[in-house]
Design a protein around this ligand. Sequence first.
Ligand code: AP5
Length: 196
Amino acid sequence: MSESRNVVIVTGIPGVGKTTVINTAVDKVKAEHDEEVLVLNFGTEMFSTASERGLVKDRDEMRKMETAKQREVQRLAGESIAEKAKDARVIVDTHTLIHTNNGFLIGLPEWVIRAISPKTIVLVEADPEKIALRRSDDPTRSRDEQASEAIDTHQRMCRAAAVAGGTLTGATVRIIKNRQGKVEQAGTELADTIME
Ligand code: AP5
C-alpha cells in the first residue's frame, strides 16, 4: 500500500445505493487485484449493541431513539469499529448525518473520526428524485418518505459534514455519483480509492 492509512469511510444518505456500490467495489478489488477488503458496517455494529440492550427491534428504529441513547450506542460502535479497522484494507459503511426526530445527528463526531483516522471520506450521491424512488421500491426496509427538496438539502449538508471530518483528520473527501443504472461506474471509482 502506498498510503499508510488503510480505512476508507463510505457515506451516503439512505436509498442512495451505498451498500450496492460498496459490494461492487469489493468484488472489483478481488477480481482485479486479488485482495480482500473488510467491510465494517456502523449501523450493524450499533444495532447489535442497541438490540442487546433491548432498545430497538430493527435497524430503522435506531434513528428514532432518544438522541442521548443514539450518541451512547454510537460511541460504543465507534470504539469497536476503530479496534477492528487496525489491519487490512477496510471500508467503514456509515453516515455523515443521520436524520433523527430531533434534527441531524452527526454520524462521525470528533471522537469517532479521530479514532478511525480514515485516508478518504467518500460521499455516494445520486439524483434526489431517484433516491426517493429507490426508497419507495425497497420492500425490505421501513425507509423514511421525504420530498426531493428535503433529500437534496440532506445531501448538501452531508458534504459540509464530510469536509469537517477531513479538516479534523487530514482525510481527502471524494464525491462518487451513483447514476441510475450505472452502479459499475461508481464501483470502479470506489475500487480506485480503496487501492490508492
Ligand atoms: P445503514 O446500515 O447505513 O443503512 P442505510 O442508511 O439504510 O443504508 P443501506 O446501506 O442499507 O442502503 P443504501 O440506501 O445505501 O442503498 P442500497 O445499496 O440498499 O444505517 C442504518 C442505521 O444505522 C441508520 O439509519 C442509523 O440509525 C444508524 N447509523 C449508521 N451509522 C451511524 C453513525 N455513524 N452514527 C449514528 N448512527 C448511525 O440500495 C438501495 C436501492 O437502490 C436498492 O434497491 C438498489 O438495488 C438500488 N440501486 C442502487 N444503486 C443503483 C443504481 N445505480 N441504479 C439503480 N438502482 C440502484
